[in-house]
Design a protein around this ligand. Structure first.
Ligand code: PRP
Length: 210
């Protein structure tokens, strides 16, 4: 096993700020700042190798050990329940998981509620706790379109600024939980590379939220 710590970073908005956090914590990687077509980026001096993956795939890379650690949203962790250690709330990517619907929507409890979402497990659990009969419509993006076009009654989705809801005449009807990005670790890696992983956790913890 390589001595480098393999880090799965979520591609996109969250990933850029996550990398900046690692860099500020002492794990800068000049290669990643000029990526070209490369997929992995190493800085042997800092003992790290990074790679970008789809945010919803970070937990899989870490669970399977392809990455030792990674950063994934609490939304993804609750949806996929990966068998990993959650080490730290890194305080980035703050948003909430919410039920949203057109302003005029009122729930008629005798009808099956049509729920469009990327987070089928989260939505099922929420409504089963309420004893509410639902039909899940699993989508992969642009969830807000579903109630506008009559595909669903409500959506269960991430709300960050609320701009997408406002601009589409939707509003939050209830909040399920707060979301933020978490540092996660593969269980075997955490046994064998505990010292290095704990050092990364310590350095990030010292600067997060600054
Ligand atoms: C997410 C989410 C909402 C939007 C919320 O979508 O699904 O659509 O961000 O952000 P806001 O409250 O700041 O408007 P994302 O950008 O990940 O794209 P998606 O359509 O592929 O889900």
């Amino acid at each position: 096993m390589s001595d480098l710590i393999n880090v799965a970073l979520p591609k996109g908005r969250l990933g850029d700020s996550v990398y900046e956090l690692f860099a500020a914590a002492g794990y800068r990687c000049p290669e990643i700042e000029n990526p070209g077509r490369r997929l992995t980026f190493e800085n042997p001096e800092a003992d790290v190798r990074y790679f970008w993956v789809k945010p919803s795939d970070v937990a899989i890379y870490v669970e399977k050990g392809a990455a030792d650690i990674g950063v994934a949203g609490k939304d993804i962790l609750l949806e996929y329940q990966p068998d990993v250690y959650e080490l730290l709330d890194v305080g980035l990517g703050r948003c909430k998981m919410a039920v949203a619907a057109p302003k005029e929507f009122t729930d008629e409890r005798e009808k099956t509620l049509k729920v469009a979402t990327k987070f089928a497990n989260v939505a099922k659990k929420y409504y089963s706790q309420l004893g509410r009969d639902i039909e899940i419509i699993k989508l992969n993006g642009s969830i807000e379109l579903a109630p506008i076009l009559g595909l669903s009654d409500v959506i269960v989705d991430i709300v960050e600024t609320g701009a997408t809801l406002r601009q589409n005449n939707l509003e939050v009807k209830s909040t399920l939980f707060e979301v933020s990005a978490r540092l996660i670790a593969n269980k075997a890696s955490y046994r064998f590379k505990r010292e290095k992983i704990n050092e990364i956790k310590k350095q990030i913890s010292a600067i997060k939220g600054e």
